[in-house]
Design a protein around this ligand. Structure first.
Ligand code: PHE
Length: 475
């Protein structure tokens, strides 16, 4: 590489951008409805436990890979250990697919910002929503708008585009969320929702709740697909990535909790259904705004805040692809952005049509195109990316080099290094394998057999390593 690589202008800029990627529709749209569907407090409890156990650890792993490799997701893995770049490729494909359906929803959000700016909704919100998403051309137009806005920011580069935009959007988002939260919490009846959200009923915790929570941890923290690797690759060697990998998941979780504390109490205060699913923010919330004093103003504030959250996520999805093309194909940033945006627009159009013309077209296991991509990414590619990351960090990367990267060659103390390392090596690999098997439909005895096999392999590796024979991977 002869040209100097771009970088963040400050650590704060990196944190805001990484938090911007993490904080998105996952927090504001998906988290509240998943909590609403999966038993409220029980789901929230499991979610927080999983963030603490897995979220921080994997974020640190990805940040280390990226900062060490100083390349895109493929290049970084490959530089640390030749031949392992394919882990990054899975992530890059995953980003492309998520981007292609995420922008469709961002398009809907833009539509709602427009609706509220034009005076709000005076008819049945359910009807407005259904009519909009089931029309053919209009949603595609908004999807194109979402892609264009994302491209414009990524076009300008890491510090002048992404960092600058995040510095404006993230604080605004937080302030707007606090305004809505305050308004909702003071509604009569809101406390019921707060209780529902915070009080765990442990009898409701089932394997499917745990799986739902884990999928959400990955999706919400933007893990397992090379985003943190890409953003980390623009980070200076002097920054403390241990601290950074605590702050980013923490900020993301705070926003998810605040968002649940806003949306579910509002739903309860108006006697509506918390388990409304994806329609929660497009149908249920507009109903609430309709019957609220100055609801139209709150509607504008709410949808702008969701828009900022979503845009900072689409930016990160596109940036992973753009960095890959820049680093691997030596294309100019501007050309990469244009090229990728055109391709993604085509796939996104199919996603958008999945709600109209193509809604009956089942592409796989009775799912339409949009649902299939969602299933493939959330249930398969993300846990797979996470599992491969754990294997890479736990077994492939030389432990000493990894430690040097994380501690800036010993300049930063990390007393828990061994606990973290072995946690990723054992628990990380075990938990993610189990989740992946479950998602692939394996149940019962088969799961036990595979678990035993994994434990056996891990133990065997340990024995060989102790004897200094663990040179399978040239460690
Ligand atoms: N983490 C983002 C959210 O919560 C979504 C996202 C997923 C963004 C994957 C980038 C990659 O909405």
């Amino acid at each position: 590489m002869n040209k100097k690589r771009e970088s963040w202008s400050s650590n704060m800029g990196f944190i805001l951008a990484a938090a911007g990627s993490a904080i998105g529709l996952g927090n504001l749209w998906k988290f509240p409805y998943l909590a609403g569907r999966n038993g409220g407090g029980a789901f929230v409890f499991i979610y927080v436990v999983l963030v603490v156990v897995l979220g921080f650890s994997l974020t640190l792993g990805e940040m280390a890979v990226g900062r060490n490799g100083e390349l895109d997701a493929f290049g970084s893995y490959n530089k640390i250990k030749k031949g392992w770049g394919y882990i990054g490729i899975i992530g890059i494909i995953c980003c492309f697919l998520i981007y292609s359906y995420y922008v469709v929803i961002v398009g809907w959000i833009i539509k709602y910002v427009v609706i509220y700016l034009q005076g709000g909704i005076d008819r049945d919100p359910a009807q407005i929503f259904e009519t909009f998403i089931s029309s053919t051309v209009n949603p595609i137009y908004y999807t194109a708008l979402a892609i264009t806005l994302t491209s414009l920011i990524v076009f300008k580069g890491v510090s002048k585009g992404i960092e600058k935009a995040s510095k404006v959007m993230m604080p605004t988002l937080f302030i707007f969320l606090m305004i809505i939260l305050f308004r909702v919490i003071t509604l009569p009846g809101a406390m019921e929702g707060v209780k529902y959200f915070l009080k765990p009923n442990f009898s409701l915790i089932t394997p499917s709740v745990v799986i739902a929570a884990l999928g959400q941890v990955f999706f919400s923290l933007s893990l397992g697909m090379g985003i943190i690797i890409t953003y980390g690759s623009y980070l200076s060697k002097n920054e403390n990535i241990i601290k950074n990998s605590l702050i980013v998941p923490l900020l993301d979780t705070i926003i998810a909790l605040l968002s649940g504390l806003t949306i579910l109490p509002a739903v309860f205060a108006f006697g509506l259904e918390p388990s409304a699913g994806p329609g929660l923010i497009f149908i249920t919330l507009p109903k609430i705004f309709q019957s609220m004093k100055f609801g139209g103003v709150f509607g504008i504030i709410f949808f702008i805040l969701v828009f900022f959250a979503a845009l900072s996520s689409t930016i990160s999805l596109l940036e992973v692809l753009v960095t890959f093309v820049i680093d691997q194909a030596s294309l100019k940033r501007e050309n990469s952005v244009i090229f990728l945006s055109i391709i993604v627009m085509v796939v996104a159009a199919f996603n958008s049509l999945s709600f109209s013309t193509m809604s009956e077209l089942k592409v796989f296991l009775g799912m339409n195109f949009f649902d299939f991509l969602g299933y493939l990414t959330d249930n398969i590619l993300l846990p797979l990316g996470g599992l491969l990351l754990c294997i890479f960090v736990g077994y492939i990367w030389k432990k000493e080099e990894l430690k040097n990267e994380i501690t800036n060659h010993g300049r930063i103390k990390f007393k828990l290094f061994n606990m973290w390392f072995y946690g990723v090596r054992y628990l990380g690999v075990q938990i993610l394998s189990l989740i992946l098997l479950q998602s692939l439909g394996l149940t019962g005895a088969a799961v036990w057999y595979v678990l035993i096999l994994i434990l056996f392999l891990q133990a065997a590796f340990e024995v060989f390593e102790q004897r200094g024979k663990a040179n399978f991977f040239n460690r």
